[in-house]
Design a protein around this ligand. Structure first.
Ligand SMILES: *Cc1c(COP(=O)(O)O)cnc(C)c1O
Length: 357
């Protein structure tokens, strides 16, 4: 604390990211990174831009990347907004599209960055409790609001809603923006992006994606939002009032190649989904209860063991997972799906830990 901090800074509650430990030989299953590398074509593209042209600013609009994203998703480039990771995209979304008189609505258990942005930007928000099975009940969101945001699938539950339900929400919520954060959509959920196709594109749907999870480029920092051109234009106004060059030359080149390599995406996400299926079964045999997951992580608990204790016991064995102290999920662990090998190490450790009950 310093007397030079502005009142805003004094009152902030910053987001706490999962740790990035420097120790070697850890089984790191705590921040939902891909266990596989990015597309080799992305790495080659980054290398090809590693030259003296780095003295030049990058394209502030990132037009080539917008075209690649638009092409992949059947959209126009003016329906695409780029950011330095989807966290930055989300920051601009909160300030530019969700700050209104009425409160923003999001689930009580969800991505914990949302309330952080609300406090930073002075946005009123109201959390809507998940149902008894940790499900998002869209009917609970039908009320006056300044905007609605949730991930689909939700984090850290991993539970997904069908597209039809989000479509129904949109048709009942015409007076504010509905933001669907699809960070984990590539692990078996239908994306809402097709709703944006052509003349039927709703004025108030924004879909946010990241290259950090399924595209295995968390270190490159690239995210994007797609929606109606008027929403995108609003976000561009915010971005150009903050940082005109959020994506460097290397990031733009790598992201284009990654977006174009659908084969790599499918291969690696299929492997993760296969490992997820096996892991859930093996955990079940050890007495764990796991929420059905459509993401590259699971939320699981052991009825006889506190989440915090399991977290510590795994940590002592060099396996890092995520534990949230929040009320309804304090007895759960959020475990990122790793390679089959990492999964086996995890299961062996949990077998050992639960045998010592
Ligand atoms: C990981 C994650 C993000 C942020 O990803 P970036 O690395 O900033 O692109 C956004 N939303 C959710 C729900 C996430 O889990």
């Amino acid at each position: 604390m310093s007397r030079f901090w502005s009142p805003t800074v004094q009152n902030l509650t910053p987001y706490v990211p999962g740790e990035q430990p420097q120790m070697q030989r850890l089984v790191k299953l705590n921040t939902n990174e891909s266990p596989y590398g990015p597309s080799p074509k992305a790495l080659a593209a980054i290398n090809s831009q590693n030259n003296a042209d780095l003295r030049l600013y990058p394209d502030p609009e990132g037009l080539a990347l917008k075209k690649a994203i638009a092409h992949l998703h059947g959209l126009e480039p003016n329906q695409v907004f780029l950011g330095n990771g989807s966290d930055e995209v989300l920051a601009h979304v909160f300030l530019g599209l969700l700050k209104h008189q009425d409160a923003v609505l999001f689930p009580d258990i969800t991505y914990s960055f949302y309330p952080v942005y609300c406090k930073l930007f002075g946005i009123e928000y109201q959390t809507i409790p998940l149902g008894p099975e940790f499900e998002i009940r869209t009917a609970d969101y039908i009320k006056p609001n300044g905007g609605i945001i949730f991930p689909n699938p939700n984090a850290p539950t991993g539970k997904a809603l069908p597209r039809s339900e989000i479509e129904a929400l949109l048709s009942e919520n015409k007076n504010s923006v509905v933001v669907i954060d699809e960070a984990y959509v590539d692990y078996g959920t239908a994306s809402c992006i097709p709703l944006l196709h052509g003349a039927a594109c709703p004025e108030n749907l924004l879909v946010v994606h990241t290259l950090s999870k399924s595209r295995a480029l968390a270190g490159l920092r690239v995210g994007f939002a797609v929606g109606h051109p008027d929403l995108i234009a609003g976000l561009e106004r915010v971005k150009n009032s903050f940082n005109s060059y959020p994506l460097g030359r290397l990031a733009q080149a790598g992201a284009i190649a990654a977006i174009e390599d659908q084969a790599h995406l499918l291969e690696t996400t299929n492997k993760v989904m296969q490992t997820r299926k096996c892991l859930v079964e093996e955990l079940k045999a050890l007495g764990f209860e796991t929420l059905p997951s459509s993401a590259n992580f699971i939320l699981t608990r052991h009825p006889q063991r506190a989440g915090e204790d399991l977290y510590q016991a795994l940590r002592e064995r060099g396996i890092i997972v995520r534990h949230f102290k929040s009320p309804r999920i304090a007895d759960y662990l959020r475990i990122t799906i790793g390679t089959d090998e990492q999964s086996n190490e995890l299961v062996m450790a949990l077998k050992d830990i639960t045998n010592n009950l």
